[in-house]
Design a binder for this molecule. Structure first.
Ligand SMILES: C[S@@+](CC[C@H](N)C(=O)[O-])C[C@H]1O[C@@H](n2cnc3c(N)ncnc32)[C@H](O)[C@@H]1O
Length: 287
C-alpha cells in the first residue's frame, strides 16, 4: 500500500510562483485516509437518495450526463485514459470506455484498489453498478446492452495502479507514457490541505497527460469534510473561480464548465458539500 507520512512528503518540488509545500499537513491527510472505509463511502454517495435514476436533477445522473455529453462530442479519444484517484468507484469510466483502448485506474489506498480489482473480476460481493451502467446506456442512446458495456469496461481496465498526487511523478518514475486523456472525480480537493497543495496536485497529475490531451475533472464545491465510515476527511473548499484559475495557471483551455447546486434533500449529513463542478479542459500544445 502507498502511504505513510515519510512517503507523502518525499520529493516535493516547488511549482514556480507557489508557496512552499505544506508537507506536514499533506502527511496528516495521508494518515487520515488510513481509516477510509470503501463500503461506507459507497453507501453514503452511490446509493439512494444520491443515486436516484428517476430524475436527471439528482446528483449522480447529473454527473453521468456531464461525462456522456463530453464524450459525445467525439473530441476525446485515444489509446490510454488514466483515472486519477479512482477510489472504489467505476461510474466515472462508463462513457469513457467506448473511446479508449486501455483505461488505467489509480488510487492511493490498497483497500480501494482491491475493491476495483474485485469488480473487474466479477467477485460476488462487489458493489452493484448495474443501475449506473443501464442508465449510461440509456442516456448515450446507442442501443448498447448494459452487459456489453460492463464487459467492455472490465476488459479495458487492465491496470489498477498506486498513485500519490502530491508527488511530482504521481505514478512513480517508472511510468513514462503520458495518457491521451485524464479523468478525476472528487480527488484533488479531497486530498489537499490547502489551495497551494490543490494547485500543485493539479500540476503533478498534468505531467501524466500528453500536450493537447483532454482532462475531465469533477469535484466538490465549497466542501470542508466528508465521511467514509470512521474516517472524517478534510477537504479544501474551492469555488468555481478557484478551479478556473488553477486550470488556467496550469496551462489548460476550458471547453466546458458546469455547476450543480446540491439540493436540500441530498444534504444527508455525510459531508457539507454545497455543489459539484464539472470541467472539460484541454492541456496546451506546449506546456
Ligand atoms: C473522495 S474519494 C473519490 C473517489 C472516486 N473518484 C469518486 O468519484 O467517488 C478521494 C480518493 O482519493 C484517494 N486519495 C487519497 N490520497 C490520495 C493521494 N495522495 N493521491 C491520490 N489519491 C488519493 C482516496 O483513497 C480516495 O479514493
Amino acid at each position: 500500500m502507498l502511504g505513510g507520512s515519510s512517503r507523502c512528503c518525499a520529493g516535493q518540488q516547488r511549482t514556480p510562483g507557489s508557496d512552499p509545500p505544506a508537507m506536514s499537513s499533506i502527511a496528516a491527510v495521508g494518515e487520515s485516509y488510513q481509516k477510509f472505509n470503501p463500503r461506507a463511502y459507497l453507501q453514503n454517495n452511490y446509493m439512494p437518495p444520491r443515486a436516484n435514476f428517476s430524475s436527471e436533477d439528482c446528483v449522480v445522473p447529473w454527473k453521468l450526463r456531464c461525462l456522456a455529453d463530453a464524450f459525445a462530442t467525439g473530441d476525446i479519444h485515444g489509446r490510454t485514459l488514466i483515472d486519477i484517484g479512482s477510489g472504489p468507484t467505476i461510474y466515472q469510466l462508463l462513457s469513457a470506455c467506448d473511446h479508449f483502448e486501455e483505461i488505467i485506474a489509480t488510487d492511493y489506498l490498497e483497500v480501494n484498489r482491491e475493491v476495483l480489482r474485485r469488480w473487474v473480476q466479477d467477485e460476488p460481493d462487489s458493489f452493484d453498478w448495474s443501475p449506473y451502467i443501464k442508465h449510461v446506456c440509456r442516456i448515450e442512446g446507442k442501443g448498447e446492452q448494459w452487459k456489453e458495456k460492463e464487459q467492455k469496461l472490465r476488459g479495458k481496465l487492465r491496470q489498477i495502479l498506486p498513485i500519490d498526487v502530491h508527488q511530482p511523478e504521481p505514478l512513480g518514475s517508472q511510468f513514462c507514457q503520458p495518457a491521451d486523456a485524464l479523468v478525476s472525480t472528487f480527488c484533488l480537493e479531497a486530498v489537499s490541505p490547502d489551495r497551494p497543495s490543490f494547485e500543485r496536485a493539479l500540476h503533478n497529475v498534468t505531467t501524466l497527460l500528453q500536450p493537447r490531451g483532454h482532462f475531465l475533472l469533477i469535484g466538490a464545491l465549497e466542501e470542508t469534510f466528508y465521511l467514509a465510515g470512521e474516517a472524517k476527511l478534510s477537504v479544501v473548499p474551492v469555488s468555481e473561480p478557484d478551479v478556473r484559475e488553477a486550470l488556467s495557471k496550469t496551462g489548460y483551455h476550458i471547453h466546458d464548465f458546469r455547476t450543480y447546486l446540491m439540493p436540500p434533500g441530498l444534504k444527508i449529513g455525510v459531508d457539507d458539500v454545497s455543489g459539484v463542478f464539472f470541467v472539460h479542459a484541454q492541456k496546451a500544445a506546449v506546456a
